[in-house]
Design a protein around this ligand. Structure first.
Ligand SMILES: *[C@@H]1O[C@H](CO)[C@@H](O)[C@H](O)[C@H]1NC(C)=O
Ligand SMILES: *[C@@H]1O[C@H](CO)[C@@H](O)[C@H](O)[C@H]1NC(C)=O
Ligand SMILES: *[C@@H]1O[C@H](CO)[C@@H](O)[C@H](O)[C@H]1NC(C)=O
Ligand SMILES: *[C@@H]1O[C@H](CO)[C@@H](O)[C@H](O)[C@H]1NC(C)=O
Ligand SMILES: *[C@@H]1O[C@H](CO)[C@@H](O)[C@H](O)[C@H]1NC(C)=O
Ligand SMILES: *[C@@H]1O[C@H](CO)[C@@H](O)[C@H](O)[C@H]1NC(C)=O
Ligand SMILES: *[C@@H]1O[C@H](CO)[C@@H](O)[C@H](O)[C@H]1NC(C)=O
Ligand SMILES: *[C@@H]1O[C@H](CO)[C@@H](O)[C@H](O)[C@H]1NC(C)=O
Ligand SMILES: *[C@@H]1O[C@H](CO)[C@@H](O)[C@H](O)[C@H]1NC(C)=O
Length: 506
């Protein structure tokens, strides 16, 4: 099981006999729906355990809007082999792009084959205990504007807008068959600049304002997605719009003032979408984002669907440096906003190594951007894979942090050192919880001398139930409910002294 003859070191003093037979449901799902504990802003499962996610984005931005699923390809697939690798790497969630043009290429005509592809991805993940956050992904709204997001028919800028991308540049020619500008023209400006084209703001605003029934169509899209996926046991949530644009900033420049777009455009859009989703799926968490510069002030008065829906709502944010402030400030700002809104928080995109370390003691979940190159547009993809098809081992090393994906109690501190692999989790034990606390540790990579696990005070038994996944349970005769317990993982002192044990006392 453990590659390269790596032994596992166990401190004899804390070696305890595991009680009973472990139920085979470690990190494995069967614990939904997740709800937000509105006091801590953390996601909690049906056993009352806190859940932390280390994930990666799987967003295929161009046709056919979905990765290859039936065979492995280092650039284009998301297959069973990919899922097995991610599980080994401690990834317990993906953010999966549900691209609206894939779902509804023509108005009112839904592509069931496309949805089936995404369902099969979800089913593969479900088997491995990986959760799926369904993401309506967009950047600069549409292929009509050198981006991706809404279908062609939903991106009409209306009669008053200047030809794209005016006033940024003189209007680009469009292909008479596709109606789209050429890749060459699109390359003339950095993609975020296109947000300031008059056609983009107009098209976005038309949806927010339900012109041509576009907001209704958006709500129908979400209702269909929710009814298609709600029966899977591993749906983490529905993320309504990725990095939503403010609206028609050329007509109403106030929308650029922090807080204003959330208030004027997004609140209503999200309330409508939430109502459509809740009509078919009352429980699965809804993830919602502010405009990307609302690191200063979050302008929502309530979570999507109303003030009483906070326990099923998660304020999602992204961390990139620049434009964000430091990771600590970003996390704190969103935790403060979540407190006001009575909802959860989650970093659904980041590329920052610096973010991971800061996130641990805050028990913040994150999704790395992005798993593979897929369709390289509107931003760069630094995937787990090099461009020559080999695994980016530096990336794997950085992402496979030891962490506690599941805590049967309340986590109060968590640290992992990338330098020496020392990991520490302190939590207040929930003794009445029969389901385990789980720690992920990629032992072959981070603990070459074996892993030395200690529990202080020694009130938990533990076992490595699946390679790299360690389960901890209270020893009922000594554990006290609510007591602070510290679990430590350290590199063994030397290979020669390594004592092989799986913690089961034999
Ligand atoms: C429907 O989706 C499938 C799978 O992605 C794709 O091959 C097909 O071309 C799509 N059909 C339409 C009309 O877009
Ligand atoms: C999805 O999986 C089902 C059942 O295994 C299979 O019949 C179907 O062809 C798959 N669909 C796609 C689009 O891969
Ligand atoms: C227009 O798009 C079609 C379909 O993608 C393509 O075959 C054709 O070459 C394009 N025309 C020009 C002039 O680029
Ligand atoms: C592939 O690319 C990576 C990163 O550039 C490099 O380190 C590695 O040596 C390359 N491997 C092969 C077999 O070319
Ligand atoms: C891994 O993390 C180190 C330290 O934070 C950083 O310098 C390096 O760039 C990271 N490597 C990758 C591929 O992200
Ligand atoms: C939320 O978590 C805190 C800390 O663990 C706990 O005291 C509280 O009872 C929880 N609230 C609910 C409603 O479970
Ligand atoms: C491991 O490194 C961290 C800093 O990353 C340091 O605080 C800690 O003392 C080190 N622990 C050991 C056992 O060397
Ligand atoms: C403790 O665990 C029990 C059983 O799983 C659960 O019902 C309860 O909500 C948990 N308590 C807290 C405060 O989370
Ligand atoms: C494991 O760590 C403990 C406490 O940090 C230490 O006392 C013990 O010697 C270590 N055991 C081994 C076998 O490395």
């Amino acid at each position: 099981m453990r590659g390269g003859g790596v032994g596992v070191v166990a401190a004899a003093a804390v070696l305890v006999v595991a009680v009973g037979i472990c139920v085979v449901d470690p990190q494995h799902v069967a614990a939904q729906p997740l709800v937000v504990n509105t006091t801590t802003s953390r996601l909690v499962d049906s056993h009352g355990r806190e859940r932390i996610f280390h994930g990666t984005n799987v967003v295929f931005k161009g046709p056919p809007y979905v990765p290859i699923i039936d065979r492995f390809d280092y650039q284009y697939s998301f297959s069973k082999d990919d899922v097995a690798l991610l599980s080994k790497w401690g990834v317990n969630a993906i953010r999966l792009g549900v691209m609206w043009p894939g779902v509804e290429p023509e108005k009112g005509k839904y592509n069931q084959t496309y949805l089936q592809h995404l369902q099969n991805i979800t089913a593969m993940c479900e088997e491995q205990g990986i959760w799926v956050l369904l993401d309506m992904h967009q950047d600069v709204w549409s292929e009509r504007f050198c981006g991706e997001g809404v279908p062609y028919w939903a991106a009409d800028p209306g009669p008053d807008a200047k030809g794209f991308p005016a006033p940024l540049d003189k209007p680009y020619n469009v292909n008479s068959t596709t109606g789209l500008p050429s890749a060459q023209d699109c390359g003339k400006h950095d993609w975020p600049d296109y947000y300031f084209a008059s056609a983009v703001g107009a098209a976005v605003q038309r949806m927010y304002d339900n012109q041509d029934g576009l907001l209704d169509a958006f709500c129908s899209f979400w209702a269909l997605v929710a009814s298609t996926f709600k029966s899977y046991t591993n749906i983490l949530g529905y993320e309504l719009i990725n990095e939503p644009w403010a609206g028609d900033v050329n007509k109403d420049p106030d929308l650029l003032v922090p807080g204003q777009a959330d208030k004027k455009n997004l609140q209503n859009t999200y309330d409508k979408a939430a109502a459509a989703i809740r009509a078919v799926d009352p429980d699965t968490p809804i993830f919602f984002e502010t405009v990307t510069w609302d690191d200063v002030v979050v302008g929502f008065s309530h979570p999507p669907g109303g003030a009483d829906s906070g326990h099923k709502s998660v304020l999602a944010y992204h961390y990139y440096m620049p434009p964000n402030f430091g990771p600590k400030e970003t996390i704190q700002l969103h935790l403060d906003a979540a407190k006001k809104l009575n909802c959860g928080t989650f970093c659904s995109e980041t590329d920052g190594e610096v973010f991971f370390e800061t996130a641990d003691p805050f028990f913040q979940s994150w999704m790395r951007w992005e798993y593979k190159a897929f369709v390289p547009k509107t931003g760069s993809n630094f995937g787990f894979w090099n461009s020559n098809g080999t695994v980016n081992s530096d990336m794997v090393f950085n992402l496979t942090r030891t962490y506690a994906p599941i805590i049967a109690g309340h986590g109060v501190d968590m640290h992992f050192s990338r330098e020496n692999s020392t990991f520490e989790l302190a939590f207040l034990l929930n003794k009445t919880c029969t389901a385990p606390t789980v720690v992920y540790a990629y032992t072959a990579l981070h603990y070459p001398n074996g892993v030395n696990i200690t529990v202080d005070p020694p009130v938990l038994s533990w076992a490595e139930t699946t390679t790299n996944y360690y389960e901890f349970k209270p020893i009922l005769r000594v554990a006290k409910d609510g007591q602070r317990v510290t679990v430590t993982f350290k590199n063994g002192e030397s290979h020669a002294n390594a004592v092989h044990s799986d913690g089961l006392g034999g």
